[in-house]
Write a protein that binds this ligand. Structure first.
Ligand code: LLP
Length: 403
């Protein structure tokens, strides 16, 4: 089982590749995937890695090598998946709010599709009738997930077709003889409680009898990971046991394949974000530690109030003091307020843990700052998998007009 990367390994990578730097530990990705595969080994389950968490193509190729399939949330993600070598049948495109042209493109790519609006379902039926198998993304009206911004299954969420519109769904499906092979729900991210999946299954079981050509039921993603010391990862063995029990006991569902779309669970813990301290600033309120990064590189703390463990790997035995870790973006940009760290000096490396999922992926060039490099550590060796942005990248899409 791979251990967390050591301070020496991380410092060495920072020196070799510079900072700010995202590092992904390949063997940890494999460990997480295998945890899932082992827990569900007695069930007919397929895992589609939700690649919105991290789409670097080398990561996608590595994840393919573990045996996972892939879930995409845009047509470009689907194209990236194919580019990385996934076969069309291993690619799932779970759409939300998209134009019908993207669905047509997905059909041309021959990937699996989940449709999330009555409007697109109807257009799909008119164009393809029974000729192309398709899934329906439903909104189960279940509240779940770590915070409201990442809850997607509740009764005010934009995602999926509300389950209370079943009559209308059936009308559209039957009128156009649509070939429905999958029913999908995704209730949220950071789910700690196995019973959320059981609730979802109960909702789906009520409607399975209305669909006679189903091959799979898709329970989405959302397995939580421990961000804080003392947090617990969702007990995957319990989820597996409860899901298996529910399906085995259901006469129609027991022959269906069960799909999951984990993102965070697969890539969060493999990721380390290494920054370097630019300046220290003493104030009456707190001691600020400004690092050479900001919410342009890791937005989760500012956007979701998320907690990331931060450590000073350059001075692990230094006396513990309280600091407020902030970025260099020209607006409030706080990673952590009054957090205990080993004594911090300018030039020290501060590492943010659990940064693999929705870290680099949600980064931007705000303040015209450059995006960091990404490195994959595999079998002890660091491989650059995305070079750091450079000056040309800032200008490359701009069209300059003369005045
Ligand atoms: N399937 C669907 C349809 C989804 O919308 C999502 C995430 C997933 C699977 C994967 O969920 P996961 O296993 O990664 O929790 N940026 C936020 C998370 C947003 C998740 C959006 N959808 C964060 O950093 O916490």
């Amino acid at each position: 089982m791979p251990q967390q990367l050591s301070n020496e390994q991380l410092s060495q990578l920072a020196r070799e590749f510079g900072t700010p730097l995202y590092v992904y530990h390949a063997e940890k990705i494999k460990e997480q995937y295998e945890k899932l595969a082992t827990a569900f080994s007695g069930s007919n389950v397929v895992f589609f890695y939700a690649c919105k968490a991290l789409t670097n193509v080398s990561i996608l190729k590595y994840i393919k090598s573990t045996g996972a399939n892939i879930d995409c949330s845009s047509i470009n993600e689907a194209k990236l998946a194919l580019h990385a070598g996934f076969l069309p049948q291993q690619v799932l495109y779970t759409s939300n709010g998209i134009g019908f042209d993207e669905i047509e493109e997905a059909v041309n790519l021959r990937v699996n599709i989940n449709i999330d609006s009555l409007s697109n379902l109807e257009k799909f039926g008119k164009k393809y009738g029974h000729s192309y198998p398709v899934g329906i993304r439903l909104r189960p009206n279940i509240m779940a997930g770590g915070n409201l911004k990442i809850s997607t299954g509740h009764d005010k969420s934009k995602f999926g077709i509300p389950i209370d519109q079943l009559d209308k769904i059936l009308e559209v499906v039957n009128q156009n003889t649509i070939f429905i092979t999958d029913l999908h729900i995704h209730t949220g991210s950071d789910i700690k409680d196995a019973d959320v999946f059981v609730k979802g299954i109960e909702v789906l079981f009520d409607i399975i009898p209305y669909f006679h050509e189903l091959k799979s039921v898709d329970l989405g993603g959302g397995f939580n990971v421990p961000y804080k010391k003392g947090d617990e990862e969702i007990d995957i063995d319990i989820v597996a046991q409860k899901v298996k029990e529910a399906f085995d006991n259901h006469p129609q569902a027991k022959n269906l394949q069960i799909w999951f779309e984990p993102g965070k669970f697969i890539v969060s813990e493999c990721g380390y974000f290494i920054t370097q301290v630019n300046v220290m600033k003493e104030t009456a309120a707190t001691t600020f530690v400004s690092v050479n990064s900001g919410f342009n590189h890791l937005i989760r703390p500012m956007f979701y109030d998320s907690y990331h463990r931060i450590e000073n790997i350059s001075n692990p035995d230094g006396e513990e003091k309280k600091y407020s870790i902030v970025g260099n973006i020209c607006e409030t940009d706080t990673f952590a307020w009054e957090r205990k760290l080993n004594e911090v000096r300018e030039g020290d490396y501060l590492v943010f843990y659990n940064a693999g999922a929705y870290g680099f992926e949600m980064s931007s060039n705000f303040n015209s700052r450059l995006k960091p490099a990404e490195v994959m550590l595999k079998e002890g060796k660091g491989h650059i998998i995305r070079r750091r942005d450079n000056w040309d990248d800032l200008l490359k899409n701009q069209v300059e007009i003369k005045f």
